[in-house]
Design a protein around this ligand. Structure first.
Ligand code: ATP
Length: 323
C-alpha cells in the first residue's frame, strides 16, 4: 500500500490529533504517502483532502480537538454519498483509509469497507460506548475535566450548604458519569443503564443533609431518562423537603476541549500506529482498540452488533461509600 488517508469524524475527542500524527508518521515510516481528509465524511465526499507529511503533524500530540476538523455528514449514510467518496479516493490513488471516531463513524467505515475499500478504524470517543476497546481515546481527558468541575462545585456547595446536580456527557452510555461520580465522591450517580426512581435521589439528598454533610453532589449522565432537567423539574418548588437547596450545572461541551492527558496521548499514539500496521498487512473492516492492555483489531461485525457492559459493582461501591 503506497497511499493512505486519515479522517476524524463524529464528536471530537482529546487525543485525535495524537492519533493523526501516529497515522501520518507511521505511514511515512513504512514508505507510504498520507493524506488528511478535512471534516470527516463530508470532506471525503467533497474531495477536501490535503497531503500530510511528518512536519505537518508536528506539535499536535498535546493539542485537544482535531486539526482536520470533524463533522456529522448524514449523506454518507446513503449509497450515493459513499460512491462519491470512493470515487474521490480512487481518483487520488488512495488505497487505504483510517477512520478515527466513535460508533457512528465506525458504522460509516464498515459500510465503506463492505464496498471493497480498505478501511481500519481507531476507537475514539469520550462516550466510551464502543465495543472493541476497554477505553477509547478522549475518555481519560473528559473524565479529568468532569472531575475537576465536580471538585470545584463541591467546594461552593459546601460553602453554601447546597446540593448540586452535575450533568456530564456520554450519550446513551453512563461510563463517564459513573467514573466521575466514583472519583468525585458523589452522593448519588444517575446513569442510563439503571432505572432510577427520583424519590430515591430525593432520599439520598435528604439523608446527606440529616447526616450533617455540608453538601450533596449528584452526578447525572446526559443520556439518563432522569437527567438534570428532569430531576430539577421533579424536585420543583418544594426543595425544602430535601434539606438542601438544589442547583444544577450542565457541563456540556466544556468536557471536550481540553488538551489530552498522558494516557490519551499514549493510547492514541499506539492505536494510530496500529491502524496503519493493519492496513499494511492487508487487513480491512476492523477497529483497533485496547483490550486488557493489548492492542487488538476487532471485526466491525462484532463491534457494531454488540453493546459494552458497564461495571455496576462500581455503582454499588459508590452508593455504599456515600454516607
Ligand atoms: P461520538 O459518539 O463521539 O459523538 P460518532 O462517531 O458516534 O462520535 P456520529 O454522529 O454517530 O458520531 O457519526 C458520525 C458520522 O458517521 C455521521 O455523521 C455519518 O456521516 C457517519 N455515519 C454514522 N452512521 C452511519 C451509518 N450507519 N452508515 C454510514 N455512515 C454513518
Amino acid at each position: 500500500m503506497k497511499r493512505i488517508a486519515v479522517l476524524t469524524s463524529g464528536g471530537d475527542a482529546p487525543g485525535m490529533n495524537a492519533a493523526i500524527r501516529a497515522v501520518v508518521r507511521g505511514g511515512v515510516a513504512r514508505g507510504m504517502e498520507a493524506f488528511g481528509v478535512r471534516y470527516g465524511y463530508a470532506g471525503l465526499m467533497a474531495d477536501n483532502m490535503i497531503p500530510l507529511g511528518p512536519r505537518d503533524v508536528g506539535g499536535i500530540i498535546g493539542r485537544g480537538g482535531t486539526i482536520l476538523g470533524s463533522a456529522r455528514a448524514p449523506e454518507f449514510r446513503t449509497e450515493a454519498g459513499r460512491m462519491q467518496a470512493l470515487h474521490n479516493l480512487n481518483a487520488r490513488g488512495i488505497e487505504g483509509l483510517v477512520v478515527i471516531g466513535g460508533n457512528g463513524s465506525q458504522a460509516g467505515a464498515a459500510a465503506l469497507a463492505q464496498m471493497g475499500f480498505a478501511v481500519v478504524g481507531v476507537a475514539s470517543t469520550i462516550d466510551n460506548d464502543l465495543v472493541g476497546s476497554d477505553i477509547t481515546i478522549g475518555v481519560d481527558t473528559a473524565l479529568e475535566v468532569a472531575l475537576e468541575a465536580v471538585d470545584r462545585l463541591k467546594v461552593t456547595a459546601s460553602s453554601h450548604g447546597r446540593a448540586f446536580l452535575i450533568e456530564v456527557m456520554g450519550r446513551g452510555c453512563g461510563y463517564l458519569a459513573l467514573m466521575t461520580g466514583l472519583a468525585g465522591g458523589a452522593e448519588a450517580i444517575v446513569i442510563p443503564e439503571v432505572e432510577t426512581d427520583p424519590e430515591e435521589i430525593a432520599g439520598v439528598i435528604r439523608e446527606s443533609y440529616e447526616h450533617g454533610k455540608p453538601h450533596a453532589v449528584v452526578v447525572v449522565a446526559e443520556g439518563a431518562k432522569l437527567n438534570a432537567a428532569a430531576l430539577m423539574s421533579y424536585f420543583g418548588q418544594h426543595q425544602e423537603r430535601l434539606g438542601f437547596e438544589v442547583r444544577a450545572t450542565i457541563l456540556g461541551h466544556v468536557q471536550r476541549g481540553d488538551d489530552p492527558t498522558a494516557s490519551d496521548r499514549v493510547l492514541a499514539t499506539q492505536l494510530g500506529a496500529a491502524a496503519v500496521e493493519q492496513l499494511a498487512q492487508g487487513q480491512s473492516g476492523v477497529l483497533v482498540g485496547m483490550i486488557q492492555g493489548q492492542v487488538v483489531a476487532t471485526p466491525y461485525a462484532e463491534v457494531l452488533s454488540g453493546s459494552k457492559p458497564i461495571d455496576l459493582n462500581l455503582l454499588a461501591l459508590a452508593q455504599m461509600l456515600n454516607r
